[in-house]
Design a protein around this ligand. Structure first.
Ligand code: NAD
Length: 371
């Protein structure tokens, strides 16, 4: 059995699905490990490191692969090189990948989507949405620190006292909690808001102050947030306005699965922020939590610099790749028996994350999109 990691071709993607440190795990499972030349170079992982770890670096590696692993979906030319019955493991967002998914089906390739791994305890070590959100949340706090021209912590000196920065975090899921933890470690006073009922306790456990807007909580399926009605969204924005206006740094990380990012902050709200303030919108490339933010750019709104995130985990390719590669190792381990790649479709994790298999689209919502 041969498992092969691709060199990512998606613009701006710096991560890689396999790291030299983990090659040995696949070898122990019974795989030959192949890697495309230069696959790790943007994460500062040279071909020599992979070779020393026991992988074969080859431009033809894909041709006789049983399993192909990548961060972004494999492109059409890769899928056409795979033999029927081969498997791919990557992120595979249905909305933007329908032609690729059709091709995977047509070519009888079995594909697994990392964003479909169920959020259950047994799958935590495979959950790449969590591992990559952790990286993104940390990075958001660091971007805010870098852009803000003032101290994060309180400083009491002989020359006087400098108050700490006031940071507001909206959306306290995996990324938001990591942004909170990072901002707290750097000494800021942090306030945070989320619509889920358990979030106040989670925010407080990080040493931050939960913002209580006295609005109904919004919990949907699987512990995720539900979408807001337009009335609820308007009321939430109104109640959040004074908190946003008082923030030196505003970090937004709110998301609702399968939907555009909720609009939490209007341009008018940002215009009330003081000179020198900073806004970091992690959700910029899924529609934006902040009106006017642009993915991959910093724009000025009123007195504030507004930074829009774009594939933020790729801005820390070393740790992001390490965590993602460990998620992949754990998934492949689950799907390997006696040295062979043998996914058990009775297993919830396998069944839920499989998109195509044996010439069918097994993931119901994706099949509906294709019909
Ligand atoms: P996510 O990326 O989908 O969303 C980020 C956050 O935005 C969520 O906390 C959500 O409640 C919040 N949000 C949505 N609409 C909002 C609004 N209008 N205003 C403010 N905040 C809003 O979520 P996530 O970070 O992936 O995790 C969401 C939940 O899943 C959390 O409860 C988390 O603890 C849980 N989780 C469970 C597992 C597991 O059991 N394996 C793994 C990861 C996360």
């Amino acid at each position: 059995m041969r498992i092969v990691a691709l060199k990512e071709s998606h613009p701006g993607e710096t991560r890689v699905a396999m790291v030299p440190d983990l090659v040995g795990k696949f070898v122990t499972l019974g795989y030959e490990v192949g890697i495309e030349p230069g696959a790790g170079e943007n994460a500062l992982l040279s071909d020599d490191l992979y070779t020393a770890a026991g992988a074969v670096v080859s431009a033809d590696a894909v041709d006789d692969a049983d399993v192909v692993i990548s961060v972004q979906p494999p492109d059409e030319s890769v899928i056409r090189r795979l033999r029927p019955g081969a498997a791919t493991i990557s992120f595979l967002p249905a909305q933007s990948c329908l032609p690729l998914i059709s091709l995977l089906r047509e070519r009888h390739v079995t594909s697994f989507a990392m964003e479909l791994i169920p959020r259950i305890s047994r799958a935590q070590s495979i959950d790449a949405l969590t591992s990559q959100s952790l990286v993104a949340g940390y990075r958001c706090a660091i971007v805010a620190v870098e852009a803000l021209r003032r101290f994060f912590p309180l400083n009491m000196t002989a020359a006087g006292t400098v108050p700490p920065a006031e940071v507001v975090v909206l959306g306290a899921g995996v990324a938001g909690l990591q942004a909170i933890a990072t901002a707290k470690r750097l000494g800021a006073v942090v306030r945070a808001y989320d619509v889920r009922p358990s979030s106040a306790e989670e925010i407080a456990s990080m040493g931050a102050h939960p913002i209580d807007l006295e609005l109904e909580t919004l919990e949907g399926a699987g512990g995720y947030a539900r979408e807001m009605s337009e009335d609820r969204a308007a009321r939430q924005r109104e109640l959040l306005t004074p908190y946003v206006a008082a923030a030196d740094a505003l970090i937004t990380t709110a998301a609702v699965p399968g939907r555009e990012a909720p609009r939490l902050v209007t341009r008018q709200m940002v215009e009330q922020m003081a000179p020198g303030s900073v806004v970091v919108d992690l959700a910029a490339d899924s529609g934006g939590n902040v009106e006017g933010s642009r993915p991959g750019e910093t724009v000025q709104i009123g007195h504030a610099q507004v930074w829009g995130g774009s594939n933020v985990p790729a801005q820390m390719p070393g740790p992001a790749s390490r965590l993602y590669a460990q998620n992949i190792v754990n998934l492949v381990t689950l799907m390997t028996a006696d040295g062979a790649f043998a996914p058990d479709f009775e297993d919830e994790i396998v069944a839920t994350s499989c998109v195509t298999h044996g010439g069918d689209v097994r993931h119901e919502p994706t099949r509906a999109l294709l019909e």
